[in-house]
Design a protein around this ligand. Structure first.
Ligand code: SAM
Length: 303
């Protein structure tokens, strides 16, 4: 399994971890960024690594074995950051880091039906449905219909959206969340295809859409994943919690990967009345070596 950490050097320079500090990595993944942070924190420091995917957490545990005495691993969704911090008696922290989205291995293996390239049941649920259902999607969208749709379909299998949402609803999700330009056409095709039977697998969805273009399929799959895991609500709820946990001089870093996500992070940070938010993009060299970094944006704020 591999995952090349994005903007690694920039993250470490900006977060500037010091010996003995306490850090939260809210999206541990395979622990690439965490390892570099742990190196700087030294034996007296501590990192709390949160990862919603149990399989991912086990991979990180193995990768970070060397640091086990400095590490607390939590299999949870960062939307529960407040509760996690209470459970682990973390009141003040020095560093909070979010690297949003998926790890490469999740796409490569078609984990939970996330990839249009691997035939799997159309599920995409990566988070525990018993999570706090009180969190409200209207935190990030003023569109009442979209908020209602997310509330209806979050934590449900992706197939349920594809088979139950009507044409207009599908179009709205694809356009507003996935940024799919031909959202009406795609929604039409899905509605037509499902008259011949439910769409239950990733390959059936690809067939329904009648396209093999990653440029179209990637945002369609992304939109479904974001709704199923209610990812934008998690960001809107958790960045303020993390910010308020930072001690004076504490650093918050967030990497986002697509247009709506960039806007959301910007909007949430702006709402916190942070004086200065620094934005850093990957270098040309990094994009060449790791094309996944192309759309990444790093935002940094110091408390
Ligand atoms: C881009 S990867 C992080 C990679 C990591 N920085 C590394 O260097 O290996 C994002 C990870 O965060 C996890 N994740 C995404 N949203 C999450 C959430 N709301 N709560 C907890 N983990 C989440 C994903 O499962 C994935 O493993």
């Amino acid at each position: 399994m591999n995952h090349t950490p994005v903007l690694l050097q920039e993250v470490i320079t900006q977060l500037n971890p010091q010996p003995g500090e306490i850090a939260i990595d809210a999206t541990l993944g395979l622990g690439g960024h965490a390892r570099a942070i742990l190196d700087k924190l030294g034996a007296g420091g501590q990192l709390v690594g949160i990862e919603r995917s149990q399989a991912g957490l086990e991979l990180a545990r193995e990768n970070l074995k060397k640091y086990q005495n400095q590490l607390i691993l939590v299999n949870d969704d960062f939307r529960n950051l407040k509760k996690i911090s209470e459970d682990h008696q973390l009141s003040k922290i020095n560093i909070a880091f979010f690297d949003l989205g998926l790890a490469s291995w999740q796409l490569d293996t078609g984990y939970m039906g996330l990839s249009f390239q691997v035939d799997q049941p159309l599920d995409m649920r990566m988070t525990n449905p018993t999570d706090d259902l009180g969190q409200n999607p209207s935190l990030w969208t003023a569109d009442k219909q979209l908020a209602h749709l997310v509330r209806t379909y979050r934590f449900r299998p992706a197939a349920e959206i594809v088979n139950s949402a009507n044409q207009k609803e599908l179009e709205l999700i694809l356009r507003e969340i996935g940024g799919v330009r031909t959202s009406r056409q795609v929604a039409d095709r899905i509605v037509k295809a499902r008259t011949e039977g439910n769409i239950t697998s990733t390959s059936q969805l690809v067939k329904a859409v009648k396209s093999t273009s990653p440029k179209l399929l990637a945002p369609i799959f992304q939109a479904l994943r974001i709704v199923v895991n209610d990812e934008y609500t998690a960001v809107a709820v958790s960045l303020p919690v993390a910010w308020n946990m930072l001690s004076a001089g504490g650093r918050l870093a967030v990497i986002s990967f697509q247009g709506n996500e960039h806007r959301l992070v910007k909007q949430v940070l702006k709402g916190l009345e942070i004086n200065k938010i620094k934005r850093i993009l990957p270098s040309e060299d990094e994009v060449e070596v790791n094309p996944r970094s192309r759309s990444a944006q790093l935002r940094i704020a110091v408390r």
